[in-house]
Design a protein around this ligand. Structure first.
Ligand SMILES: [Fe+2]
Length: 181
């Protein structure tokens, strides 16, 4: 039985350890091994958004709900992250940074399609873009090893792959557009 308060407490304890990234991965794997229990605890997603569950200087836990057929451009986090899916599907493309003389700044280097129960740890320097390929909402727990809302990150334009500072307003607008707002 998934208990959100207990999960938050366990993540708070985990980030105090030296291997916090892998400890949080183990906690998410345990939680997402029963995705329907997470769904029951958080409720059926009704709206796209990045809903904060917990936020401190060393830990952020979000309930990430991707809108129908929503895509988000390549971006980094500047901190480790662990993603756990509990409903729907999240298609990740992982990107690698190219040398300065290359035509583009980044290129696609790998992919991972995540369904309910799947957990992905992302290293500090990972660049990814995300698509929800479904005509329904996708729900995930995203745990970050820092303050997700105050770190200066980079995003890459989805069309020409040119880097620019991460624009939180643009991302909030993307979720609003996914909600038809
Ligand atoms: Fe991300």
């Amino acid at each position: 039985m998934f208990d959100l308060d207990k999960f938050v407490e366990e993540c708070r304890s985990a980030v105090k350890s030296v291997s916090s990234h892998m400890s949080v991965k183990a906690l998410l794997e345990e939680a997402c091994s029963e995705p329907n229990e997470v769904l029951r605890a958080l409720g059926e997603p009704s709206k796209a958004g990045a809903f904060p569950i917990y936020n401190s200087p060393d830990l952020t836990i979000l309930n990430l709900v991707w809108g129908r057929n929503m895509s988000i451009m390549p971006h980094n986090h500047e901190m480790w992250a662990v993603i756990g899916l509990y409903t729907g599907r999240e298609n990740n493309i992982f990107w690698r940074q190219l040398p300065e003389d290359a035509e583009n700044d980044i290129e696609a280097a790998g992919a991972k399609s995540m369904g309910p129960g799947d957990v992905s740890p992302l290293g500090k320097d990972i660049i990814h873009s995300v698509t929800n390929p479904l005509d329904k909402l996708t729900g995930a727990l995203h745990v970050y090893g820092g303050d997700f809302f105050s770190v200066h990150r980079t995003e890459w334009d989805a069309e020409d792959l040119v880097p620019r500072p991460y624009d939180i307003e643009r991302n909030i607008a993307a979720f609003a557009a996914a909600n038809g707002e």
